[in-house]
Design a protein around this ligand. Structure first.
Ligand code: B12
Ligand code: SF4
Length: 516
């Protein structure tokens, strides 16, 4: 019995490159931890490398983001034709299970802990069901991830979750789309996983790489009391760690100090915007722009580097605001964000539903699902033409990711960190700024419906022999469309479901397959 677990990935910069950065999807090792230890399991992060098309699988689990769904369908078809059963899960599966059903042998709504062992049992008994629904979250059912399966394909191989979900409800966030919930694991379980991971990886990776743990949480500070308990449990381990968090949590000096003492050296915070109107439209009320500089300095004092991302709102931001961003980044001490992208209505989110309900077409014409990756403009700008908006975006990223700006960031951060003896954080900062600059790509339009096709669109080696008819081939191969030729959302996208109801209750709606 051979099981494969693939996280599908399409390079959102449309160069067909793999993403070999620090952050790699962790779903593969989590699913593997839910399967029997004595079966053959392969985890493939398409982010890191292409799947080996010559491999055979009996059972193939597939995950991925909305914008990668075309490739997910093709990968599923490729291995179904070669005898495997495929199972699809993740955000797209959880919000649009009815659209996914025709392309996989089984579709999973929500968390894997309850469903994966059931799927495996049913598969072995020859009784795989088309649809599986998560069982209520139980932190004790979260297994030790099979870190060993990705050891050589991850810069920092100890990656796990302490919490799941997020208590906030930002309008654009994929988590709000599947239903707001926030769960946390007993700190003893987190410590157990770190210790087990170190043992599992001792022979496989250099010990230096085991000293830094990445918490793949959306918001590790979602419950400050819990975070304090977690910090107390982590302190004796002598590890260094990083995660994502929200601004309101790191505005608390005492909490920042505790995190630093427990080994925290890196945090990602969703800054999103300097425009108060945009933040309010995003319902990102936990951000307080005027405190940003003080909060970042406070973290630096405690040896914690802060990275952030920015989103441009085509509906609210004007060109003057875009021009002001480099100065605002400098003033708050961030200089170089991890990314600058477009606020994007992922299908199924409140932002998407709000735009779909606007009387005039709010999306750009013929937007494809693959355009919804935040690096292609899919929403019609309100205060400029789409060409002007893109022109200003290109100017912005050229300016922000220039060598000069990176050097200015280091000149700002490094003396402050070194003066206080934070050498490890200094090293992280240097590594982060050393990475290749992101530059505008002259061969792209950055505009939905017209942008260059990602090379991965034709990367799965399917041939005409793999299809029974032209219609069959088109259903698998053609990119899925989200808006019509005027920019109106196509009706199929209005029938989304929320996987989770209040307090993380698993919703129980009926699901009938719909053929697109
Ligand atoms: C690592 C990471 C990345 C990596 C790798 C991609 C990935 N998804 O792993 C990189 C760096 C490439 C990346 C890029 C981006 N990311 Co990212 N990323 C993450 C991060 C921090 C961790 C993902 C992870 O491993 N989680 C832990 C695993 C165990 O859980 P999970 O993947 O969320 O899956 C859960 C369920 O969906 C389910 N599940 C998933 N798959 C399957 C499959 C089966 C079979 C089953 C049964 C269950 C199941 O099980 C899990 C537990 O419930 C998440 C935040 C987070 N905590 O999840 C954001 C997150 C996934 N990213 C997000 C965003 C916005 C982005 C960017 C757009 C950011 C940017 N502007 O650059 C880009 C572009 C992505 C794109 N193509 O659209 C959003 C979601 C976007 C979306 N389209 O759904 C998230 C949720 C952050 C957030 N809160 O906004 N990201
Ligand atoms: S704070 Fe971050 S993870 Fe939480 S809902 Fe908002 S965007 Fe999503």
């Amino acid at each position: 019995m051979r099981v494969g677990i693939i996280f599908v990935f399409v390079d959102y910069h449309r160069k067909g490159e793999h993403h070999r950065g620090f952050l790699q999807p962790q779903i593969g090792v989590l699913i593997a931890g839910l399967l029997p230890a004595d079966i053959e399991i392969e985890v493939i992060n398409d982010t890191w490398e292409d799947p080996d098309w010559d491999r055979d699988y009996d059972l193939l689990f597939i995950s991925g983001m909305h914008s990668d769904f075309d490739r997910a369908r093709q990968i599923s078809h490729y291995w179904r034709r070669r005898g495997a059963k495929t199972v699809y899960g993740g955000n797209m599966a959880s919000t649009y299970p009815h659209l996914c059903l025709p392309f996989f042998d089984a579709v999973v709504i929500g968390d894997p802990e309850g469903s994966v062992p059931r799927i495996y049992r049913d598969f072995c008994a020859g009784k795989l069901q088309p649809l599986y629904r998560a069982t209520p979250y139980n932190p004790l059912h979260v297994p030790v991830p099979r870190f060993d399966l990705l050891a050589s394909k991850q810069i920092l191989p100890l990656g796990l979750e302490a919490t799941r979900g997020c208590p906030f409800r930002c309008n654009f966030c994929a988590l709000t789309g599947i239903g707001t919930r926030f769960h946390f694991r007993p700190p003893e379980c987190v410590v157990r996983d770190i210790s087990a991971g170190k043992t599992m990886l001792r022979e496989l990776v250099a010990s230096l790489r085991l000293g830094f743990v990445v918490f793949y949480d959306n918001n590790i500070g979602g419950n400050p009391q819990y975070l304090r308990r977690l910090c107390r449990a982590l302190e004796p381990l002598g590890i260094r760690w990083g995660s994502s968090i929200t601004f309101n949590a790191i505005a608390n000096v005492e909490l920042v100090r505790m995190m630093s003492r427990s080994g925290c050296r890196f945090l990602f915070v969703g800054l999103e915007s300097f425009n108060p109107d945009t933040l309010s439209d995003m319902r990102k009320h936990q951000n307080a722009i005027h405190k940003t500089r003080r909060i970042i300095e406070q973290c630096h004092e405690e040896g914690i580097l802060v990275a952030s991302g920015l989103m441009l709102s085509p509906q609210i931001d004007d060109l003057g605001y875009l021009r002001s961003i480099p100065n605002q980044l400098r003033d708050c001490g961030l200089y170089v964000p991890w990314y600058v992208c477009f606020e994007t209505p992922f299908p199924g989110t409140p932002h998407f539903q709000g735009l779909a309900a606007q009387p005039r077409p709010a999306l750009l014409p013929n937007a494809l699902l693959r355009d919804f990756n935040t690096y292609t403009l899919v929403v019609r700008p309100k205060k400029a033409s789409k060409e002007e908006f893109i022109g200003e975006y290109k100017w912005l990223i050229k300016n922000i990711y220039s060598r000069r700006n990176r050097a200015a960031k280091l000149m700002h951060d490094v003396p402050r960190l070194i003066r206080r003896g934070w050498y490890f954080s200094t090293m992280l900062d240097l590594i982060d700024q050393y990475q290749e600059s992101y530059r505008p790509d002259a061969s792209r339009t950055y505009i939905a419906g017209t942008d260059r096709e990602p090379p991965e669109s034709r990367g799965v080696p399917l041939s005409s022999n793999d299809f029974d008819s032209e219609a069959h081939c088109n259903a698998v191969m053609d990119p899925w469309q989200v808006s019509d030729s005027e920019g109106r959302v196509l009706p199929i996208w209005l029938g989304d479901q929320r996987a989770y109801g209040p307090k993380g209750r698993v919703a129980d709606q009926s699901v009938e397959p719909v053929i697109v």
